[in-house]
Ligand binder design. Sequence first.
Ligand code: DLL
Length: 431
Amino acid sequence: MYNPQIEAMPRNELKELQLERLRQTVKRCEEMVPFYRKRLRDAGITWKEITSLDDLRRIPFTTKDDLRDNYPFGMFAVPVREIVRIHASSGTTGVPTVVGYTKNDIDMWSELMARALVAGKTEKSDIVQVAYGYGLFTGGLGFHYGVERLGASVIPISGGNTKRQIRMMVDLGTTVLCCTPSYALYMAETAEEMGIDFKELKLKSGIFGAEPWSDRMREKIERILNLSAFDIYGLSEVMGPGVAIECEHKQGLHIFEDAFIPEIIDPDTGEVLSPGKQGELVFTTLTKEGMPLLRYRTRDISSIDEGECPCGRTHVRMRRVSGRTDDMLIIRGVNIFPSQIESVLMNIEGLSPHYQLVVDRVGGLDILEVQVEVTEEMFSDRVRGLEEWEEVIQSEIESYLGISVKITLVEPRTIARSEGKAIRIIDNREI
Ligand code: DLL
């Protein structure tokens, strides 16, 4: 379903298409969504004045709080009777965010997901196991419709029941696995316990996303699961999975620019940053009817690469998301993302990929504890005892981050496994 007419479109044509779609989207927002009508009026702009893509900057940002304030249907740009599907994100802070899709939205989403699957080396002849959760979460159904659109065979197994996942993989000859990277690792561990070697399975591709993961984690997953792993990005507010995906070169994720305009901003000032600079990702949707969004602040940290990609796709790439502005830990003044610690851990040969960060405040001082599970290699290491292992991990992390951390080796299997998004941080500090 690779669509060269769109994915390899010359950039000037792509920009014309974006401008036309942007005008239509702003018009729709202005006419159909009271929230946007007021926002745009207050900012002194109307869709008629959008004559170049640069005019986008005149439009105010939309935030998660705006969606919460308009819960449940206030951001919809069509009457509810035209909405054919509703998803919601659980929202860690209480109020969920609701997203509505028209029939055309589902159609476009399916097409983008089919394109994403092709970028992740999936073909019509493949058997695709969708182990993302089905339900209000967009992962399961988003992938499901994409696989059907592509014409491959989908196993809609959803998340959980890990032994059955492995059985199905063996019995049905799954060739493409779709789940979170942390769940993929959990599956690997379960398969080992079941005496099943991934080298004997037919898996060739894995399409993993919904949470940050590092290149080191990718290497580990590729080695253990014996497949080629692709990073897929998306968020429910903007659509779901399929906003961006890596191609075979794995040098960033191509953003489907016929459907979304990406920007990178300084999260503190809102200033738009130039290509290559790291900041917060912002998206404007270009085709959505049910819930179009103008300059939605994702809180995800990334940067944009406008360089050419040898795959031939002309759509820009975003760097892998390193974390969220709200996941950033500030420990004694130093900003730390869990993914940075993950990269250091994954660089140390023989370590377990299961880790957790615990933050505490003792006597006014923030303490960052990194819990890592002991592995067989550590137990049987004749050169280094466990204490020395702790010291090695500690000095690697400290030299990378520049702050002191506490390392705790914990028994195997004590860090909770995830069948969906992994929880990496336990913050015990009182706010
Ligand atoms: O996680 C959609 C999705 C499903 C994407 C399946 C990929 C695969 P939400 O539950 O709304 O939607 O969570 C969105 O998850 O803002 C990021 O912080 C994070 N996220 C998603 N994909 C990635 C990724 C789905 N590849 C939030 N790398 C986003 C890092 C990711 N973080």
